[in-house]
Design a binder for this molecule. Structure first.
Ligand code: UMA
Ligand code: ADP
Length: 510
C-alpha cells in the first residue's frame, strides 16, 4: 500500500445503522483509534448480538463506542467529523440537515472507496447491478476470477460487506488486486467515486418502490454504476434494449442474451455471448457451455451464465477459468432450489424472488405441463413494495394452475390476478398453511414453487428465514397414505371446475 490512509486517531465518526455493513465500518474505525458514535433505531437489547460480535472483534477498542439509539435525531451528532450511512438507511431529513452543517455524509460504499484511495490502493473493479440475478452473476464471476487469482475480493450487497476489504488490505499488505461487487440501488445512490473497469446492468424493472421516491430515482441510482467510466472500460448490458432514462454510458458496450431480429443491427454487432436453444456461446473466445452442463435450474439462469461469461472475460479471465468457475458453482440458497419430490410433486424454494419480475422469471423458468395443462402451483405474497403486479398475469395464465397467497400483499395480488386470469387464487394465513394448501391442490407431475414476488418483512426477518422455514415445512411433509390422502386420489378423479376441486381437496386435507 502506497498511502498512509486517513488518520482516524482522535476523530469522532457517526455511523447510522449497525447491521452487517455498519459493523464492518465500526470495526475498522475502532481499530484505527477513532471514536464511533452509533445511531440506530433499534434498542441496545435488539443490537446486543451485533454489539457482542463487535466487542469480540475489537477488544479494548470497544470502549470508544458510543450509542445513540432509538431515533435519528440531529442532537445525537454533536461534534462529529464524518457520518457513514448503512446501505438500507433511507433518505432521511437528518442526512440533509447534517450535510448542511458541512460534515461529510457518505454511504458505506463511498466511504470505503475513499478510504482505499487515501491508502493508495489500485484495484480493478468489476461492478454488477440489475433488478434480478445480481447475486448469481456476481458469484459466477467471482468463481471464475478466483480460479486465476486468489487476490479477488467478492462481496458488496452479497456476502461480505465492501468495508471488510479494508481488513484484507491491512492484514495481507495489499494482497487484494481485483474486486467483484454486487451493488444495490441503495448503495449506488450514495456513490460518487466508483470507477468500474467492467460495469454491468443485467436487467431493469420495478423494485424497491417502498424505499426509492420513484422508479426514475431507482433507475438513476442503477445507472450510477457506469459513472467515471472511460472509453477504455466496458459497459455490459442485455441484448434486449433497456430504457436507460437518457443516462450516458461512456464505456464500450458489449451485450449478452438472445439474438432477436427485433434488436437493432448495431446492438446485434455487439452481442458477444449468445443464449442459443441448447447452449451458451461466447462468439469472441469460442467458449461454449451446454444447458446440460450448467448446474443451475431455470432458463433465467442461462441469461445469468451468459452475463457472467461476458463479464468475466472482459475482466481478464481465460475461457478455462470461466468454464471451471461456472461448472463448480452450486447456486445460492433460496434461489430456485429443488427441495424435494413427494408423491410425484416437486417442491421448489425461490424465496429470493422478492419482486414481480423475479417471480415471473421463476414461473417461466420452472414451467411444466401436466397432462397438457399448466403444472405449477404458485405460493406468492409478502410485504408489498408498491410495484405493479400486472406482469404476473401472463406468466400465471400460461403456466400456473392455482395460486396460494399469503401476507400483506395477498389482497392486492388477488385482485390483479382475478382481473386478468381464470386461475383460481386461495388465501393462506401462514407459510405452513400455504404449503399445505398447495400440496392439497397439486397433482402428480406438478411443481409447487414459493416465488413470493414480495419481500418477506411482513412475516419474517428475511427472505432467507422465509426460505429456511419453507424448506423445513416441505421436508416435514409426511407421505400421505392412500386412505389418509384424498389429495392425490380425489383430485385425480374430480372432473369439475378448478375452484370446486380446490374446495373438496381442502375440506379433506383439513
Ligand atoms: N437502520 C436504521 N435506520 C434505518 C434503516 C436501518 O437505524 O432507516 C438500522 C437497522 O435498525 C439495523 C441496521 O440499520 O440495525 C441495518 O442496516 P442495513 O439495512 O443497511 O443492513 P445491513 O445489515 O448493513 O446490510 C446491508 C444491506 N442491506 C440493505 O441494503 C437493506 C445488505 O443487503 C448487504 O448484504 C449488507 O449491507 C452488506 O453490504 C441485503 C439486502 O436486502 C441482502 N439488500 C437489498 C436487496 O438485495 O434487495 C438491496
Ligand atoms: P438478486 O441478487 O438481484 O436479488 P439473485 O441472483 O439472488 O438476484 O436471484 C434472485 C431471484 O431473482 C432468483 O431467485 C430468481 O427468482 C430471480 N432471477 C434470477 N436471475 C434472474 C434473471 N436473469 N432475470 C429475472 N429474474 C431472475
Amino acid at each position: 500500500m502506497a498511502g498512509q490512509g486517513t488518520s482516524w486517531v482522535g476523530k469522532r465518526v457517526a455511523l447510522i445503522g449497525l447491521g452487517g455493513a455498519g459493523r464492518a465500518v465500526a470495526r475498522y474505525l475502532l481499530d484505527q483509534g477513532a471514536t464511533v458514535v452509533v445511531n440506530d433505531t433499534r434498542s441496545e437489547k435488539e443490537l446486543e448480538p451485533s454489539l457482542e460480535q463487535l466487542r469480540r472483534d475489537v477488544g479494548s477498542g470497544f470502549s470508544q463506542l458510543e450509542l445513540r439509539l432509538g431515533s435519528h435525531d440531529l442532537q445525537h451528532f454533536h461534534q462529529v467529523d464524518a457520518v457513514v450511512v448503512s446501505p438500507g438507511v433511507r433518505a432521511l431529513p437528518l442526512l440533509h440537515q447534517l450535510a448542511q452543517t458541512g460534515v461529510p455524509v457518505l454511504g458505506e460504499l463511498e466511504w470505503t472507496l475513499q478510504e482505499l484511495q487515501t491508502l493508495g490502493t489500485a484495484l480493478q473493479y468489476v461492478a454488477i447491478t440489475g433488478t434480478n440475478g445480481k447475486s448469481t452473476v456476481t458469484s459466477l464471476v467471482g468463481n471464475a476470477l478466483t480460479q486465476a487469482d486468489a487476490g479477488t475480493f467478492v462481496g458488496g450487497n452479497l456476502g461480505r460487506p465492501f468495508a471488510e476489504i479494508l481488513y484484507d488490505q491491512g492484514s495481507n499488505g495489499g494482497a487484494v488486486r481485483s474486486v467483484v461487487l454486487e451493488l444495490s440501488s441503495f448503495q449506488l445512490m450514495r456513490t460518487r467515486s466508483l470507477h468500474a473497469h467492467v460495469a454491468a446492468l443485467l436487467n431493469l424493472n420495478e423494485d424497491h418502490l417502498d424505499w426509492h421516491a420513484s422508479f426514475e430515482e431507482y433507475r438513476a441510482s442503477k445507472m450510477r454504476i457506469f459513472r467515471n467510466q472511460t472509453g477504455n472500460d466496458w459497459a455490459v448490458l442485455p441484448s434486449t434494449p433497456l430504457d436507460l432514462g437518457g443516462a450516458p454510458v461512456v464505456g464500450q458496450r458489449r451485450t449478452f442474451g438472445v439474438e432477436s431480429p427485433s434488436v437493432e443491427p448495431s446492438s446485434v454487432e455487439r452481442l458477444e455471448v449468445v443464449c442459443e436453444t441448447d447452449r451458451i456461446v461466447d462468439r469472441v473466445s469460442g467458449l461454449e457451455l451446454t444447458h446440460q452442463e450448467i448446474p443451475l435450474l431455470g432458463s433465467h439462469n442461462h441469461q445469468n451464465v451468459a452475463a457472467a461469461m461476458l463479464i468475466a472475460r472482459l475482466a481478464g479471465a481465460s475461457p478455462q477459468d470461466i468454464r471451471a468457475g461456472v461448472l463448480a458453482y452450486r447456486g445460492l440458497p433460496h434461489r430456485t432450489v429443488r427441495v424435494r419430490e413427494l408423491q410425484g410433486v416437486t417442491y421448489y424454494n425461490d424465496s429470493k424472488a422478492t419482486n414481480v419480475h423475479a417471480a415471473v422469471a421463476s414461473i417461466r423458468g420452472l414451467a411444466v405441463q401436466n397432462q397438457g395443462k399448466p403444472g405449477l402451483i404458485l405460493i406468492a405474497g409478502g410485504k408489498d413494495k408498491h410495484g405493479d403486479y400486472g406482469p404476473l398475469r401472463n406468466a400465471v395464465a400460461a403456466h400456473v394452475r392455482h395460486v396460494v397467497l399469503l401476507g400483506e400483499s395477498a389482497p392486492v395480488i388477488e385482485q390483479v390476478l382475478q382481473m386478468g386470469t381464470q386461475v383460481p387464487t386461495h388465501r393462506a394465513e401462514s407459510l405452513q398453511h400455504a404449503l399445505h394448501k398447495a400440496r392439497a391442490l397439486a397433482l402428480p407431475g406438478d411443481r409447487v414453487v414459493l416465488a413470493p414476488a414480495c419481500s418477506s418483512f411482513d412475516m419474517f426477518s428475511s427472505f432467507a428465514r422465509r426460505g429456511e422455514l419453507f424448506e423445513q415445512y416441505v421436508r416435514d411433509l409426511a407421505p400421505a397414505s392412500a386412505e389418509r390422502s384424498p389429495t392425490v386420489t380425489s383430485a385425480k378423479n374430480i372432473e369439475v371446475g378448478d375452484s370446486q376441486k380446490s374446495k373438496e381437496v381442502f375440506d379433506e386435507a383439513g
